[in-house]
Write a protein that binds this ligand. Structure first.
Ligand code: ATP
Length: 235
C-alpha cells in the first residue's frame, strides 16, 4: 500500500469541507476521485500535500505518518501535487519552470538527468524549452505543470483537474500522457469533474459528494452503475 487515508477531516477556518474520508492507493495504481463542484476534491489533495492541516484522521504514506508534516517535507517524502489552475511561472521559460520543480535534487547532474527523462515523455516541451511559459496554450501549460510535478521524481503524483478549460482534443492527449507516466512507474491520484474520461483511465475510483465518499469501485464498474450514470454522466 502506498497511501492510506483514514477518517480524514479537513476544512477552512473551522468550517469542515471533508468528513471522515477514507481511501487507499496501492503502488502502481491510477486512482480517481470524481465529484461535482465543491465536493471537496481539491481539499483532499491540499490536505495530503500539507497545505492545510487535517482536523482529524490520519494519512500514512509509504509506511509513515505524514499528516503533520509541512508541505516541503511531503514533497521530499515523494508526493507531488499539481494544483488546479496550473500555477506555472508565466514569465519564465519552459525549462526554467521545470528546473524549479527539481529543487529537492541537490546535484546539477541529477537535475539534468531528470530533465532529459521528462523531455522523452514530453517531446513538445523539449521543442519549446526556450519559450516563455505564459505564451503557451492552455493545454501546453497543463503539460508543463504536470512535467514540473514529475521533476521532483515523486512516487505519487496528484493531479487536480488537469482537463479543466482545455480543448477536448488535448484532453485525450493529456489523459494518455498520464497513462504513460503511470506505466513508467509513478502511482497516480487524479481528481476530476470530467467523470467519463477519468473513469476510463482509472484502475479504481471513489465518488465524493459534499465531503463524503458515497461510492467506490473499479473504474468500469462505476461507469455501469445506474446511480453514477444518472448523477454524473447524464444518462
Ligand atoms: P471544484 O471542482 O469546484 O474545485 P472541489 O471538489 O475541488 O470543487 P473544494 O475546492 O475542495 O471542492 O471545496 C470544498 C468546500 O470547501 C467548498 O464548500 C468550498 O467552498 C470550500 N473551500 C474551498 N477552498 C476554500 C478556502 N480557501 N476557504 C474557505 N472555503 C473553501
Amino acid at each position: 500500500m502506498l497511501l492510506q487515508v483514514k477518517d480524514l477531516k479537513s476544512g477552512y477556518k473551522g468550517v469542515p469541507a471533508i468528513h471522515d474520508v477514507s481511501f487507499e492507493i496501492k503502488k502502481g495504481e491510477i486512482v480517481v476521485i470524481v465529484g461535482g463542484n465543491g465536493a471537496g476534491k481539491s481539499t483532499i489533495l491540499r490536505t495530503i500535500s500539507g497545505l492545510i492541516r487535517p482536523t482529524g484522521g490520519e494519512i500514512v504514506f509509504d509506511g509513515r505518518r505524514i499528516d503533520q508534516l509541512p508541505a516541503h517535507e511531503v514533497v521530499a517524502a515523494g508526493i507531488a501535487h499539481v494544483p488546479e489552475g496550473r500555477w506555472i511561472f508565466g514569465r519564465m521559460t519552459v525549462q526554467q519552470n521545470l528546473i524549479l520543480g527539481a529543487y529537492t535534487q541537490k546535484s546539477e547532474e541529477e537535475r539534468l538527468k531528470t530533465l532529459e527523462m521528462i523531455y522523452r515523455i514530453f517531446p513538445r516541451l523539449k521543442e519549446r524549452r526556450e519559450q516563455v511559459a505564459g505564451t503557451m496554450s492552455g493545454g501546453e501549460q497543463q503539460m508543463l505543470a504536470i512535467a514540473r510535478g514529475l521533476m521532483s521524481r515523486p512516487k505519487l503524483l496528484m493531479l487536480d483537474e488537469p482537463s479543466l478549460g482545455i480543448m477536448p482534443k488535448l484532453v485525450m492527449e493529456i489523459l494518455e500522457m498520464i497513462r504513460e507516466i503511470n506505466q513508467r512507474g509513478t502511482t497516480i491520484l487524479l481528481v476530476e469533474q470530467n467523470v467519463h474520461a477519468a473513469l476510463k483511465l482509472a484502475d479504481r475510483a471513489y465518488v465524493l459528494q459534499t465531503g463524503r465518499i458515497v461510492a467506490e469501485g473499479a473504474g468500469r464498474e462505476l461507469m455501469e452503475d445506474e446511480r453514477i450514470r444518472k448523477a454524473y454522466l447524464g444518462m
